[in-house]
Design a protein around this ligand. Sequence first.
Ligand code: MG
Length: 275
Amino acid sequence: MNPLNARDVIDNFDLILLDAFGVLVDDAGAIPGAVAFIDQLIERKKDFFILTNGSKFTPDVSADGYRKKGLKIEDHQVLSSGSLLKDWVSAKGHQGKNAWVLGPESSLQVVKNAGLKPVDFELDADSLVLTNQDGINFPGDFDAIISRIFNLHQRGKNIELVCPNPDVVYPLRSGHFGITTGALAALMEASLDALLGAGSPKFSYLGKPFPPLFEKATAGFKGKRICLIGDQLTTDIKGANDFGITSILVTTGITTEVADHSKIKPHFILKNLNL
Ligand SMILES: [Mg+2]
C-alpha cells in the first residue's frame, strides 16, 4: 500500500473510476479537492466514470445533484447500482410484475425504469426492492413487509428480495456516519430467517464489489491503465481487486486507515483528492 498523490493518479491512468460518497461528496456537499480534481480530469482529457452503489436516484438525477455541488459530471458518466436492476429483472423474468419498494419516492422511478411495477404493501408482489434507508418508516414498514412475506410463504408463494446497494455504512460528514441499505437488508434477512428458518428468502446484491458495474465502466477500454478510487474496503477496494484493476483507497470517507490484519488491501492509499 504505497502512498500516492492525486496528480500521480491523473498522470498514470487513462480511465479513472470514482466512487461518489466519501470520495467526491458527502452529506455536507463536495468533499474538499473534488471539484478541482474533476476539472483537472476534464482539462487533461481523461476518461472517467462515477461508480456508485446509490440506488435512490436515476443516474441523470444523481448527475444533476453532483453538478449542483460544482462537480462537472455528465449524465452518461454516472453508473449506478440502481441501473443494474433492469438486468436483474430480465434475469428473473419479472418485467411488468408487482414489486414492493422500501426507500424514498425518488427511487420509484429507478424501479419503474427497471421494468417493475411498484405497488402498495397491501397488494401481492413478486419482489421487494430495498433502495435506500431514506423514506422508510422504521420499524413500521419492516414489520409490515416481514408479516406480508411470512403470510405469502404460508400460502406457498415465495418472493425475491433485491438490494442494489450492498453498503452498510456511509459518511455523513467528517467524523460522522450513517447506516445504509445493506445494513437494513441484513436486518430483514435475520428477521425472516428467525420466522421461516432454512429456505427463508435472501437478498440479491447488485453494486460493487460485484463485477457488472466494473464491466459496464471498462467496456471499450481494453489494454488501458484503469484505476478505481473509493473509500470502502468491502465494496470499492474488494471490487477493484477482484476485477483486476488498480485499487486506490482515499481516506476522506469511511476508511481512514487499513489494519495490518485486513484481508482486503488497496494497491495505493490517497490522503485526499487535493492536487
Ligand atoms: Mg463511498
